[in-house]
Ligand binder design. Structure first.
Ligand code: AQP
Length: 330
């Protein structure tokens, strides 16, 4: 199956990005034709520091490789290195109704968060994302729950294009896994964990065990449980949800029972979770250190990935322009 997915160089990767996206990418690349993209053009839709962007892109590439993305199995590249993304993004914006873009949840959230900078790029984020996906004849797009709406809009745009100009694009489907599709914020479990919401709200993949312990110690738990003697409600506790994502099955059912019968308190529960998260992330941290000292290797991987992506993207972009009657080539 042809797979495409992207991730923004908008800050440190957190366990939400890992569980909702990257961990699945690593599995998918075993038996599928995968294209993974560092979407820098998406990341500039909010205010950012241009001087820091190259380092952010580099570190995101390092992190993806350290998580297990393999350049032998997948194409890994930076979006702005393949100009067809912006070209097709513009083309698709001309067939996308404004009302469809205005009803996107991410647009509403981000324009609320960045009132001083509600730019057209923020609104057109989904048409650029549709271009990212459709350029590669993508069949499935592994994403977290938050991006499902954008993939559905991509399908609508692709259908509209095919109906207007003739069968051109493969219609992609979102690939959302039950586990980890929406990891919630540590400080406000009613919101999804997000890079831009501040370091206390997430556990970063680079966090040392001590930092993980500190962040979890402050994390919001079952609001009804005020004292250790109160019986807990694991189903209402974000910490228990994280146990379900990081702890072994036997331990999860013990914590479930012990919490309900007040045998274990939040402090004990968080200590076990700290250990389990730190253990799962240890190989990532070690691999990351190795890659950080070989910047040229990482840059070569991205340059080679861009070449391969460009080959595929340029033939699709030519086809699109041809069916639309654009340019000299048509
Ligand atoms: N909390 C989450 N739970 C599960 N999956 C998540 N993803 C993001 N947050 C969670 C998934 O990670 C992939 C990459 O996301 P992105 O960086 O492109 O953009 P995002 O969804 O906007 O991620 P953030 O962390 O919230 O970044 P900022 O704060 O910069 O906007 C996507 O597949 C996403 O679903």
């Amino acid at each position: 199956m042809k797979i495409f997915s992207g991730i923004q160089p908008s800050g440190t990767l957190h366990i939400g990005n890992y569980l909702g996206a990257i961990k699945n990418w690593v599995k998918l690349q075993q038996d599928n034709d995968c294209v993974f993209c560092i979407v820098d053009l998406h990341a500039i839709t909010v205010a950012y520091d241009a001087k820091k962007m190259p380092q952010r892109i580099f570190e995101l590439a390092v992190d993806l490789l350290a998580c297990g993305i393999s350049p032998q199995k997948s194409i890994l590249f930076v979006q702005s290195d393949v100009k067809e993304h912006t070209e097709l993004g513009w083309i698709l914006s001309t067939i996308t109704p404004l009302a469809e873009l205005e009803r996107m949840t991410q647009y509403k959230d981000k324009s609320g968060q960045h009132k001083e900078n509600i730019n057209a790029g923020l609104l057109c984020y989904p048409t650029l994302m549709a271009a990212d996906i459709l350029l590669y004849q993508t069949q499935a797009v592994p994403v977290g729950q938050d991006q499902k709406q954008h993939v559905e809009l991509t399908r609508t745009i692709a259908h509209k294009f095919n109906n207007t100009f003739g069968e051109t694009f493969v219609i992609p489907k979102p690939l959302i896994y039950n586990t980890g599709a929406k990891v919630m914020s540590l400080t406000d479990p009613t919101k999804k964990m997000s890079k831009s919401a501040g370091p206390d709200s997430y556990i970063a993949l680079i966090d040392e065990p001590k930092i993980i312990a500190k962040k979890l110690a402050k994390a919001v738990t079952d609001p009804a449980r005020k004292r250790i003697a109160d019986k807990g409600h694991p189903e209402k506790c974000n910490i228990f949800t994280l146990h379900q994502l990081f702890s072994p099955a036997k331990q999860i059912s013990k914590i479930d029972k012990d919490c309900q019968s007040a045998k274990i308190g939040c402090v004990g529960c968080k200590k076990i979770l700290t250990k389990n998260i730190a253990q799962e992330l240890a190989p990532f941290r070690a691999k990351r250190q190795e890659l950080l000292v070989s910047p040229q290797t990482v840059k070569d991987i991205l340059a080679n990935g861009a070449k391969q992506a460009q080959n595929q993207a340029s033939s699709m972009a030519s086809k699109v322009k041809q069916v639309m009657g654009l340019g000299l080539s048509s």
